[in-house]
Ligand binder design. Structure first.
Ligand SMILES: [Zn+2]
Length: 436
């Protein structure tokens, strides 16, 4: 996942029970201020932490400039068939101003092809001169034109948005999804939660009644209206008594990922299972082979899955074999560094571009489940070798993905501190209250 870190405004809210621990909140405020987000505490049960905004929203331009006070803002919606000319005509703005707007630079040319439903915000002075125009090309960006004499100066930026931290917390009674829904977490964020901790917890097999989780996630608001949700920014999952925590962090060079509070990647160098399977049809070790009709050692794990299910590379590496190999049928073998190799057998076919010598990334589709070679039905036969020795893919210790670079550790700690403190408060309000 690679994303830019958008300039956004964080507003931390605390739930109603926070009233009972107001002192805690005030104490926590200090933690939040210590975080890299510039903090503006307002006291009470709600604290506000504001990040720099690229451009202030038009509706919130509070600077009392006398000339501007006589101007007025108009918000107009593009109708089907509307051009900028039509729209300006309706507002008595005239064709000269259309030209001035459209010649304000490359970014302003986008205004020549408006689509119905889009909105423009226009500041017009008493004499009917357009002074400022604001346009939102999409949900994330804003284009702003400001009059400078007979011309307009164009500036583009991130669309200002309030980002609140939503929170959800639950104890699992029956299923993760049921508990998450009851806690108000969307299915998409629940999937994200399972993905974040999927490296340590097998969500198909390991979840038990009494497991619990707490999640902080981005909620986007504009003009007080909820317009969407972003990603999980911090989470804790307690599985069979074992606690896992993760914080989302974007490195200064723009890579976003989840890390443990100590700055280790939550990822492993290998996926535990390289396919979405319906059941494990044969485990590693000695077994009776139904086709050969005798005992033999099974050197991998069989995952039953519908024919055509994508098979993914377990880790970054290089394809060292792609082709047919006796009882394996169609098979791919990947070498990962010096020590590790993985094998994927009985494939129905290979993914496009997969051939010997090709570099692959973790999670990349390399082929599809089938039953070529010696197989009773469609399944993936998966082998994991360490220094040439077959190991049980279900239990082998998977090496950690590369940790955070040393140069980023301090930045990570600063950015994680406030989030972890809030997660702590969400998870263990009483413990947190005692601490401050
Ligand atoms: Zn097998």
């Amino acid at each position: 996942m690679i994303m830019e870190r958008p300039p956004m405004r964080y507003l931390f809210t605390f739930p109603s029970w926070a009233g009972a621990v107001t002192l805690t909140v005030l104490g926590l405020c200090a933690v939040l201020i210590a975080a890299p987000l510039a903090a503006q505490g307002r006291g009470g049960a709600m604290e506000e932490v504001v990040l720099a905004l690229a451009i202030p929203p038009a509706s919130q331009q509070a600077t009392p400039v006398p000339e501007e006070e006589r101007d007025h803002w108009r918000r107009v919606t593009i109708r089907p068939g509307d051009t900028l000319y039509d729209l300006f005509q309706r507002l008595d703005l005239g064709p000269v101003q259309v030209q001035q707007v459209l010649s304000a630079g490359r970014s302003a040319r986008r205004l020549a092809r408006l689509t119905p439903g889009e909105e423009l915000e226009l500041r017009i002075d008493d004499s009917g001169r357009l002074m400022e125009l604001i346009y939102y090309p999409d949900a994330r960006r804003v284009l702003r034109l400001v009059r400078e004499g007979r011309r307009f100066r164009a500036e583009s930026g991130e669309r200002p948005m309030d980002v609140w931290l939503g929170q959800a917390s639950a104890v699992i009674e029956n299923s993760l999804f049921e508990a998450a829904r009851q806690a108000g977490l969307s299915d998409r964020l629940t999937m994200e939660l399972a993905e974040i901790f999927g490296w340590d917890i097998d969500f198909a097999l390991d979840i038990r009644k009494g497991d619990r989780f707490s999640v902080l996630y981005e909620e986007f608001y504009r003009d007080g209206e909820r317009i969407g949700e972003g990603h999980i920014v911090a989470a804790e999952f307690v599985n069979q008594g074992k606690t896992f925590r993760a914080v989302r962090y974007t490195t200064p060079d723009g890579r976003t990922d989840y890390y443990t509070p100590e700055g280790r990647s939550v990822r492993r160098a290998f996926l535990r299972t390289p396919v979405q399977f319906t059941r494990i049809s044969s485990r590693f070790g000695r077994r009776f082979h139904p086709l050969l009709n005798r005992m033999r050692v099974h050197k991998g794990v069989d995952y039953a899955a519908p024919r055509g299910t994508p098979v993914r590379a377990a880790g970054d590496g290089k394809v060292i074999f792609r082709g047919r190999k006796g009882g394996y049928g169609k098979v791919v073998i990947i070498q990962h560094g010096q020590r590790y190799s993985t094998l994927y057998a009985h494939l129905n076919g290979f993914a496009r571009g997969i051939r010997t010598g090709k570099r692959v990334r973790q999670g990349q589709t390399i082929g599809y489940v089938g039953s070529t070679g010696l197989a009773t039905g469609p399944h993936l036969h998966y082998e994991f070798r360490v220094n040439g020795v077959h190991r049980n893919p279900l239990t082998v210790r998977l090496p950690q993905a590369a940790p955070l670079k040393k140069a980023y550790r301090d930045d990570f700690q600063r950015s994680a501190r406030g989030l972890l403190a809030q997660l702590e408060l969400l998870t263990r309000p009483t413990v947190a209250a005692n601490r401050f």
